[in-house]
Design a protein. Sequence first.
Length: 109
Amino acid sequence: MKLTYRGITYEHNPTVVETTSTSVAGKYRGLDWRFRNLKKAPVIQPVANLTYRGTTYNKAGTTTMTTPNQPQVSTQEKARYLMINHHKHLRNRQQVMLSRAANEIGLAH
């Protein structure tokens, strides 16, 4: 399909999505409607990978959490890192609360 925007002509090929009809239907403001389910979800690939201050991301804005000097990290490693960081923050917060309580009752120096 040939489209034009502000005098620039370009070719647009929309993605064909296969659907299946369901038995759920109705009428809304006088118009008939029917739900459809996807047979297979379309996978849209990013147009270009970009780098900003060492972080690689695609044009859609999703960061990949890699830098040029570091290898790609698996999802399990990311989850492990996030869990460890979460526990570190919890321990630090608990330690601060304990030291404040000790100061209030006069146990600290």
